[in-house]
Ligand binder design. Structure first.
Ligand code: AMP
Length: 304
């Protein structure tokens, strides 16, 4: 089962209490691909970069199972750039700078070989671009998931609401769920968000795990306590990539399997935060993933 993933291929500057990195290859599409290719290949990427993007990094993404046919290169343009600083608690962060650069005029072209992808992950980027990708699908995908952030709620709310009507799964964090719904209670927020379109909702709660809603079904996934979180950037995208990658690989949309997918997403996110940028994802192997998924299983076992 192929998976189509849209998002940014970015350069980031990241400052955390453990140090800082500058101009590292990152972005929502990168993190989604690095996680999802552990479960399903190819992951067909739709994104845009400037002539400044690192060819070796792109070659590595390809080697790991990403298809780059849908990545547009604007030779004389600059790639999307984001800078952020984390608070001491490693949960809160301030965006220091967002430069859309080539993303500002991006009109995605979905290659013909992608147009029948049964699974689609609309990673965090301009909501109008997310819609334009769906416009070009030859048939309605079996499952379309979307990730977004407060930046787009502040800057493109109408476009965001329009694309929400066309998706199956929304993956956002608790703060974003409250902003989108105007509700403080996550239960009330979930009810309002489901009315906006997605029938399945995942609300991530950082170091406190994640909630999965589908109709009357609710699942609360635990979070793994880690000895050291070095850089939380990309945790959300990695979660999404792991979750949808797992669903695409198993091709089972039952609630039980959605729960398993949330656990696989959580496991992938627990790795990416262990080092700056995508460094930890570069060395990750299947055995490590399996072991961590088992640890989640142990966290959830109780006899009552
Ligand atoms: P996360 O920590 O999961 O929110 O993802 C952070 C990644 O998203 C970074 O690598 C950024 O380059 C990228 N990013 C930050 N802001 C945006 C935005 N407004 N649209 C798309 N991608 C973004």
């Amino acid at each position: 089962m192929s998976l189509l993933a849209v998002g940014t291929l970015a350069y980031d500057d990241v400052y955390t209490p453990y140090g800082e990195v500058k101009m590292i290859e990152a972005g929502s599409c990168t993190y989604i691909a690095m996680a999802a290719t552990h479960f399903v290949q190819p992951v067909q990427l739709v994104s845009v970069i400037g002539g400044d993007y690192n060819d070796d990094f792109l070659a590595d993404l390809k080697k790991r199972g990403s298809d780059l046919e849908g990545v547009e290169v604007v030779k004389d343009g600059k790639s999307f750039y984001w800078a952020g600083r984390y608070h001491d608690d490693m949960m809160g962060r301030d965006t220091l700078d967002t430069q859309l650069n080539v993303l500002a005029d991006f009109d995605p072209k979905v290659p013909e070989s992608y147009q029948k992808a049964p699974y689609v992950m609309l990673g965090n980027l301009t909501p109008a671009v997310q819609s334009r990708v769906l416009d070009q699908m030859a048939e309605r995908p079996k499952l379309t998931a979307l990730d977004t952030m407060n930046f787009w709620m502040d800057n493109a709310l109408d476009d965001l609401k329009a694309v929400l009507k066309r998706i199956d799964v929304l993956i956002i964090n608790d703060e974003e769920a409250r902003q989108l719904s105007g509700e403080l209670s996550l239960l009330k927020a979930a009810a309002k968000i489901v009315e906006m379109g997605p029938r399945i909702l995942v609300i991530k709660k950082g170091e406190h795990g994640a909630l999965l809603f589908e109709g009357e079904n609710l699942f609360s996934a635990p979070a793994l306590l880690l000895p050291k979180v070095v850089d939380p950037t990309g945790a959300g995208d990695t979660f999404a990539g792991g979750m949808i990658g797992y669903l695409a690989a198993t091709d089972d949309l039952s609630f039980e399997n959605l729960k398993r997918a949330v656990i696989h997403g959580s496991a992938m996110a627990s790795f990416v935060v262990e080092d700056f940028g995508t460094r930890r994802m570069q060395t990750l192997d299947q055995e490590q993933i399996d072991r961590r998924v088992q640890r989640f299983g142990q966290l959830m076992t109780v006899s009552l």
